[in-house]
Design a protein around this ligand. Structure first.
Ligand SMILES: Cc1cc2nc3c(=O)[nH]c(=O)nc-3n(C[C@H](O)[C@H](O)[C@H](O)COP(=O)(O)OP(=O)(O)OC[C@H]3O[C@@H](n4cnc5c(N)ncnc54)[C@H](O)[C@@H]3O)c2cc1C
Length: 433
């Protein structure tokens, strides 16, 4: 049944050979940005990273650029490790000091739940800007000097370069860069969000777009801004010390003064009403019935662990990954992101192909005379569309993690993190009732 389309390679003597192959195989991604990040993909390095987390140091230093953050985000984003695994490891390592880290893990869980409710609306302003400005007051595209790291502001230019070369930014750097783009340069958050997704190894429409909306104030009560004092406190002053704009930069001054300058029309526009609740889906994903006798496994980018539910449920079944070339081009995914995923795939028992995803899965299923497809649950709207296509031909079983990070009550209000966290914190922290 095969049309002779070859699988992509899996055998590489070293990283340099893999990098060379990925560069030649994905010229579109290399044309977007050809940097190679030092962060390695795969479960082995994820486990090593997990073994080094220090929840007590994390709680004390998390907001500092040189603080003891975990750098687990690319692995969590792609399901190489799960939130539950990290939570359990944190509680095991430091039962008394794990709460801060678990609370931050909660943000990821929260954003994914919002995403599963709103889907592609994650790209739309969820609420009005609370800045006094209207949408049309914001530029639609990212200024070239920000992308080029040539604003003349040492901090902003360093963050831009770091994003391009490493595919990672500390949370505080993301907040400062986002606030600079949206509030100091008055650019729509969507332009910045697209830029981040091109480069971040953990790039995720849920955490990324909703964080941008939180900064912008379209998913929060007020805009997030910062001043030089704040930046100096959490960076140890390393950028300001060498900045040509020192003493006269955009971030100088007290918050009240900055707010007056950035949002001169704000008072009149501040929302006085509570935003409407955003209810979680009625049903939680279930562990589906396994009535298939000859399944294939389809792996997607949200579950790249050898312990993913689908791989565990059908350990001997042929498994497939399909590079979605149209998606890579549409989202302008950079080479470092492709490389990271490729490294994750090389540690999994999976055939690697490229093309139109549903068509490739069906072709693979026919080659193996399969009676259905087993995969993992994800809130990504693109997944639902592929699943519908597959189900015209074959049954699809989508499995959830055996141990959820939290099991919130049905119909939970997801409008604000605080409302969600009040309801799930005890569950997340594994506190006995
Ligand atoms: C503008 C902006 C864009 C962002 N884009 C993304 C993105 O595309 N993908 C992404 O995973 N995170 C995103 N974040 C959230 C956060 O910045 C990163 O998850 C975190 O910095 C990753 O580094 P770490 O693994 O060392 O985090 P740690 O501080 O060690 O936290 C551990 C894990 O908890 C989760 N987490 C921590 N803080 C947050 C948060 N505020 N929101 C959501 N999850 C959190 C992450 O999975 C992280 O890996 C964004 C934040 C902002 C402000």
């Amino acid at each position: 049944m095969s049309d002779g389309r070859p699988a992509l390679r899996r055998d590489f003597p070293n990283r340099a050979a893999l990098v060379d192959y990925v560069r030649r195989t994905f010229p579109g991604a290399a044309a977007v940005d050809a940097h190679i990040a030092p962060t390695l993909g795969g479960r082995r390095i994820a486990e090593t990273t997990l073994a080094h987390i220090d929840p007590a140091a994390y709680a004390a230093t998390r907001n500092h650029l040189n603080g003891a953050v975990t750098r687990l985000s690319p692995y969590l984003r792609h399901g190489v490790v799960s939130l539950t695994e990290v939570r359990n490891a944190a509680l095991h390592r430091a039962p008394q000091a794990a709460a801060k880290l678990i609370n931050e893990l909660g943000w990821r869980d929260y954003y994914r739940r919002v995403y599963s409710v709103i889907g592609n609306a994650v790209w739309r302003d969820l609420e009005a800007y609370k800045t006094g400005w209207q949408v049309h007051d914001y530029a639609a595209t990212l200024p070239a000097d920000i992308v080029a790291g040539a604003t003349g502001l040492a901090c902003i230019d360093a963050f831009s370069r770091e994003l391009h070369t490493t595919g990672y930014l500390h949370n505080h750097a993301r907040m400062w860069l986002a606030a600079y783009i949206v509030h100091f340069r008055r650019v729509r958050w969507q332009a910045g969000a697209r830029w981040f997704l091109t480069h971040l190894l953990d790039g995720d429409p849920a955490s990324n777009n909703l964080s941008w909306q939180w900064v912008a104030s379209t998913f929060s009560h007020k805009p997030y801004i910062f001043n030089r004092e704040n930046l100096e406190t959490f960076t140890g002053g390393v950028y300001c010390a060498v900045c040509p704009q020192r003493g006269r930069c955009d971030f100088e001054g007290e918050y009240a003064l900055l707010e007056q300058r950035l949002f001169p029309h704000r008072q009149a526009a501040v929302a006085t009403t509570e935003p409407a609740p955003l209810r979680s889906s009625v049903s939680q994903p279930v562990r589906g019935p396994m009535a298939l006798s000859r399944p294939i496994v389809w792996l997607h980018g949200d579950n790249l662990s050898p312990h993913s539910p689908a791989l565990l449920a059908a350990a001997n079944a042929p498994a497939l990954w399909v590079w979605d070339d149209a998606l890579l081009a549409r989202a302008r995914i950079s080479l470092k992101r492709v490389l990271f995923l490729y490294e994750c795939l090389l540690e999994l028992p999976v055939t690697i192909r490229r093309g139109e995803v549903a068509a490739e899965i069906l072709r693979f299923a026919a080659e193996h005379k399969a009676d259905g497809v087993i995969t993992n649950v994800t809130p990504a709207p693109g997944f639902a569309a592929i699943r519908r296509r597959l189900e015209q031909t074959l049954p699809v079983v989508a499995l959830a993690e055996a141990e959820a990070f939290v099991t919130p009550p049905v119909g939970l209000d997801l409008r604000r993190f605080s409302r969600y966290w009040r309801k799930v914190a005890a569950d997340a922290l594994q506190m006995k009732a």
